[in-house]
Design a protein around this ligand. Structure first.
Ligand SMILES: [Zn+2]
Length: 338
């Protein structure tokens, strides 16, 4: 559950960034009820909506995610969920977030994406003004929708590049969309100055992570199965490729069968560059403070270790260099004072 209030004050006070966070997975059940009522949909009680957030495995989760996106109809819906997300980030002292938008799902639903993006930006601007949180967008393509659809998502990311869209990524079912298919898509995104990330090694083996590196992904989402390949671990450590670790997500989707066996601590000890993230905080009933608390309690990370992970989250961000330095200076000043 969201135990931000029960967490140590240190974790709350620690300035944090979040780099792997899906907007559509951040919608609290109460907001989903509001959206259902807004659109005159049946089954608008809290209990019915909470039912949506229960699933047995990774495929079940992907289905639930699709279901949730079905509640997002208008630009105002997107504005609302962006603003609510930023409010929550502020309450956990998350100063900066890079947020995935499933642009591929909007296209699939034949929504007017320019209008939706205007709603997203209104939410972002209001959220920044009211909560002082910095937010950049990453457009995410659904790999099982295929390469042509991913091309269209890159088109949109290029189109809105000047309006806080900082990167491109692929997510969804790795087994139905291996990275090799997306080589040209990634190259074109990079040519247009977009940063690159990829979900990899979440529900498929280490070869999927090698594939993401071949796409020139600058960060790896999850990287859960890297531990099966010592050579890959060495490569990731040597190149200090940031890994967007999402512990609760991996357990809830069943990608990691047992929390105690999650590789986060082994990765840390091997010198990998790690960041902690929630992935879909509402859908996985977690928060970023909870993720820090969880790894500390389960794997014995010290406060000093957690400071390092929090600092990594700014270091591994796609912020422009001057902004990144500002955040790191602020981080160092705050942490040295504490
Ligand atoms: Zn994700």
């Amino acid at each position: 559950m969201h135990s931000g209030s029960a967490a140590k004050p240190f974790l709350l006070a620690l300035p944090k960034a979040e780099l792997h966070l899906h907007l559509e997975g951040s919608i609290e059940p109460s907001t989903l009820v509001e959206l259902r009522q807004r659109h005159g949909m049946d089954g608008a009680s809290l209990a019915e909506v909470e039912q949506l957030y229960h699933y047995a495995d990774f495929t079940g989760f992907l289905m639930a995610f699709k279901d949730v996106t079905g509640h997002l109809r208008t630009p105002e819906d997107y504005e609302l969920i962006t603003y609510r997300l930023m409010e929550r980030l502020k309450s956990e002292n998350v100063l900066h977030a890079e947020v995935f938008v499933s642009a591929g799902v909007c296209l699939w639903r034949k929504q007017d994406f320019a209008a939706i993006f205007a709603g997203l930006e209104r939410g972002r601007v209001r959220g920044e003004r009211d909560f002082g949180v910095s937010l950049l967008w990453i457009f995410d393509a659904v790999r099982q929708f295929g390469v042509e659809k991913a091309e269209k998502v890159v088109d949109l990311a290029i189109q809105f590049r000047e309006r806080n869209v900082v990167g491109f990524g692929i997510g969804g079912d790795e087994r139905q969309g291996p990275p090799e298919l997306f080589k040209a898509v990634y190259a074109r995104a990079a040519d247009h100055g977009l940063h690159l990330t990829a979900h990899a090694g979440e529900n498929d083996g280490p070869e999927s992570i090698w594939g993401a590196l071949n796409l020139k992904a600058e960060r790896i989402g999850h990287g859960l199965t890297a531990e099966q390949d010592p050579e890959l671990i060495e490569e990731l450590a040597e190149r200090q490729i940031p890994i967007e670790i999402c512990v609760t997500s991996n357990v809830r989707t069943g990608c990691c069968a047992d929390l105690a066996k999650h590789p986060v601590r082994r990765y840390f000890d091997e010198g990998l560059m790690l960041t902690l993230n929630t992935d879909d905080p509402a859908m996985f009933r977690t928060s970023l403070v909870e993720e820090y608390r969880l790894v500390q309690e389960t794997f014995g990370f010290s406060d000093e270790h957690l400071r390092e992970l929090a600092r990594n989250s700014f270091e591994a961000s796609f912020l422009p260099p001057d902004k990144k330095v500002q955040f790191l200076d602020l981080f160092d000043a705050t942490v040295l004072r504490s």
